[in-house]
Design a protein around this ligand. Structure first.
Ligand code: ATR
Length: 273
């Protein structure tokens, strides 16, 4: 009898990760014989942690904070979207080869297009933040052919770096928060400000009645950013729970070759808050 296929999520901390619940539900839905566990790795022990997992027959890992960069470094092969993202959130171990991919951007785009029925084509998009989370999603957003992408960040030089990384494929505009002076179809919050219950210093004029706000963070209560958008009369505010589930669904189908139904688990987690 063949051994059960082993998967997991690595991070530090890892206790609160929803990935085990999401992937176990996917496995049940699609009849896959697999195990998926949370794995805590010491901050200075990423490489040996991965080696141990592979030695035990592990087939794939999701990678979360703070290891996405190290996962990029350790991969023998990188998908095109992982190369552009500069980070890896999905590792596959195939015949001694470590394959790195990044499903975050696909997850965000799929949540917007499939779950929220929002077509990005021809839309003006403002992205707040210029860290790893934003770099991770830019490629798939560009693929949807928006009319414009503006990145606003507290540290302007970091936004300039991202503009440079993607300059072959899209002409990204860079602005400070203070100099923003018009409204956008979609505003994505990719800063980590929500984690500290903070809001970047944004002018109210960037939101109008047709604007959709998307916070890449999620929480039980609406995030500070989404509360701000609601107060200004935005068309819709969305948090990052759908993105979390959709990036997991994409990883799952990479590993198992079947696509799970993500809508059911999004609703289930939302209700369990
Ligand atoms: P992540 O992997 O979550 O992207 P990161 O690479 O450290 O983490 O990037 C965090 C992002 O949130 C950065 O764009 C950061 O702005 P700076 O580049 O100026 O540091 C942004 N950020 C964090 N806290 C913020 C705050 N209180 N207001 C505005 N931007 C904030």
């Amino acid at each position: 009898m063949s051994e059960i296929s082993k998967y997991g999520v690595v991070g530090n901390p890892i206790k609160h990760s929803k990935s085990p619940e999401i992937h176990s539900t996917f496995a049940e839905q699609t009849n896959q014989q697999m195990q998926y566990l949370p794995i805590l790795i010491a901050l200075d022990g990423f490489q040996s942690g991965i080696q141990q997992f592979v030695a035990k027959g592990g087939r794939g890992l999701n990678v979360t904070v703070p290891f996405k960069q190290q996962a990029w470094d350790i991969a023998d092969e990188l998908s095109e979207r992982a190369q552009l993202a500069g980070a890896v959130n999905t590792l596959s171990f195939v015949d001694g080869v470590i394959k790195g991919d990044n499903t975050d951007g696909t997850g965000l785009v799929r949540d917007l297009t499939a779950n929220q029925c929002f077509d990005l084509k021809g839309k003006s998009i403002l992205i707040l933040g210029a860290g790893g989370a934003v770099r991770g999603v830019l490629g798939p957003i560009i693929d949807e052919m928006p009319s414009s992408i503006t990145i606003a960040n507290r540290t302007l030089s970091k936004a300039e770096v991202l503009k440079g990384v993607f300059s072959d494929v899209f002409d990204i505009q860079v602005m400070s928060f203070e100099s923003l002076n018009k409204s956008y179809d979609l505003i994505i919050n990719g800063t980590s400000a929500s984690l500290q219950q903070e809001l970047p210093p944004l002018p109210d004029c960037i939101v109008d009645a047709d604007t959709i706000l998307y916070d890449m963070m999620y929480s039980k209560e609406p995030t500070v950013f989404n509360r701000w958008g609601n107060k200004l009369g935005a068309d819709k505010t969305i948090d990052g729970l759908g993105m979390l589930v959709e990036q997991a669904a994409e990883a799952f189908s990479l590993w198992r070759g079947v696509s799970p139904d993500s809508r059911l688990i999004i609703d289930k987690i939302r209700k369990s808050f």
